[in-house]
Design a binder for this molecule. Structure first.
Ligand code: DCP
Ligand code: MG
Length: 416
């Protein structure tokens, strides 16, 4: 058990929090190394749908040794295989090459459960956001001067008891803690006390800000804003002129302001993704492609959270701003990405001749596996402020309302 080391009234002012973000390093690969120690230090690629006879599917993750060859998550496996062919394990192998393993979610979930059990010992509140990621509010557990030791202890306990490496960031809020944990990966430990937030953020490229994707980064760069410091010192009204509501949020994030409390997450009622087109209306092909992408993303999120769904729906927004929703219920709960794809496209057919501004895909009537540890059913998306995306909020009666990019709790597209 961690010792409570707080010195009341000395270092932690009431509004000042100590937030810690943990993210395991190359998580699926680290899990594979647990049960196959010979993979330690080797280039290792974990592929969704990977199979020795067929190189279809996508890279789920790659070890840092494989990342040196520009192999990364979401890349087609065929591309990874071109850069690093599979190693046969015998003498005389071609170099460079890598070991490939298929995804084994059940195993990774069991490892994640062990990690999360340790984290719950260390945080006053713990918000588990993905299979290998969590925020801890440690305000009552440590002080800024002891924070580095506190973080180190957590890393060591995860390494010693579970056997996998992690990176930790500690900062006054979730947004900065997340950037800090990513700053020195792998095996990183970065502490950013309140009076060092600006100094830490200012030199970072703007895409280091959580949720600033390539599209926004390009727009910011073309406006002469290359670093977080540039955005922080920009006139917020100019940012709003250019980026709408997101401009204000970007300005706040660049300054390291984030008032979201660290709260545990409940199970969502639905999972959804939606996306607007830049033009007022899009071509049918573009609409179809976008729906296919969204269907895959939603199905993937459900799989990652261990959720099954009984209803699959789409949303089509037509000019001026008419929201049309269609959904289909299934005979029983499923976790079948192909079905989300097929049903979504089928429902979309009705809108073939219609101008479309925005589309969305949603799965609902969710169930989470009985006996599953809460952490495995409470992951949240990590794509706040995503390019061109808005969140759909569905209330408990299934009514859809729209909310701009980032919710107060930073979630996108999920309902608690
Ligand atoms: N994952 C996935 N598909 C993606 C991204 C991630 O299947 N597009 C899976 C594999 C990862 C796990 O989720 O191991 C955790 O995601 P992270 O983004 O934390 O990536 P890693 O833990 O692999 O690497 P890092 O060391 O950068 O955290
Ligand atoms: Mg990780």
């Amino acid at each position: 058990m961690p010792a409570g080391e707080q010195l009341p009234g000395t270092e932690t002012a009431s509004a000042e929090r100590i937030v810690l973000h943990v993210d395991n390093d190359c998580f699926y690969a680290a899990c594979e190394r647990l049960r196959e120690p010979a993979l330690a230090g080797e280039p290792l690629v974990i592929g969704m749908g990977y199979d020795e006879t067929e190189s279809t599917g996508a890279v789920a993750t790659a070890s840092y040794e494989a990342r040196e060859y520009e192999i990364e998550s979401a890349q087609p496996i065929s591309e990874a295989v071109e850069r690093l062919p599979p190693r046969a394990g015998s003498e005389g192998d071609i170099e460079p090459s890598a070991h490939y393993r298929p995804v084994d979610m059940e195993f990774y979930k069991s490892v994640a459960t062990d990690v999360k059990a340790i984290l719950r010992e260390y945080g006053d509140t713990v918000r588990e956001v993905s299979i290998d990621e969590a925020y801890l509010d440690c305000t009552e557990r440590t002080t800024w001067s002891a924070a580095a030791d506190y973080g180190r202890r957590i890393k060591e306990e995860i390494q010693d008891d579970v056997g996998i490496p992690s990176s930790i960031g500690i900062a006054p809020n979730m947004a900065v803690a997340k950037i800090a944990s990513d700053h020195d990966k792998p095996d990183g430990l970065v502490v950013v006390p309140p009076d060092e937030v600006a100094e830490f953020l200012d030199p970072l490229p703007i895409d280091a800000l959580h949720g600033v994707g390539p599209v926004t980064a390009d727009k910011l760069k073309s406006a002469g804003l290359a670093t977080a410091g540039d955005v922080a010192s920009a006139d917020p009204s100019h940012l709003v002129d250019r980026f709408g509501k997101r401009g204000r949020e970007l300005h706040r994030r660049a300054q390291g302001i984030d008032e979201r409390p660290v709260t545990p997450r409940g199970d969502p009622k639905s999972l959804s993704r939606e996306s607007s087109f830049d033009e007022a209306t899009a071509t049918w092909d573009a609409v179809r492609d976008r729906v296919m992408e969204l269907a895959a993303a939603v199905a993937d999120r459900a799989t990652q959270r261990g959720a099954t769904y009984r209803t699959i729906g789409i949303k089509v927004v037509t000019p001026p701003y008419d929201v049309n929703t269609r959904e289909r219920s299934l005979p029983g709960p499923v976790d079948e990405p192909d079905l989300v794809h097929d049903v979504a496209l089928d429902l979309l057919e009705e809108f073939r001749e219609v101008p479309v501004r925005k589309v969305g895909v949603r799965v609902s009537n969710l169930s989470f596996a009985a006996g599953e540890q809460p952490p495995l059913s409470t992951w949240e998306p990590t794509d706040d402020l995503q390019d061109g995306r808005e969140s759909t909020v569905l209330d408990r009666t299934g009514q859809t309302t729209l909310r701009a990019f980032v919710g107060d709790d930073g979630s996108v597209g999920d309902v608690n």
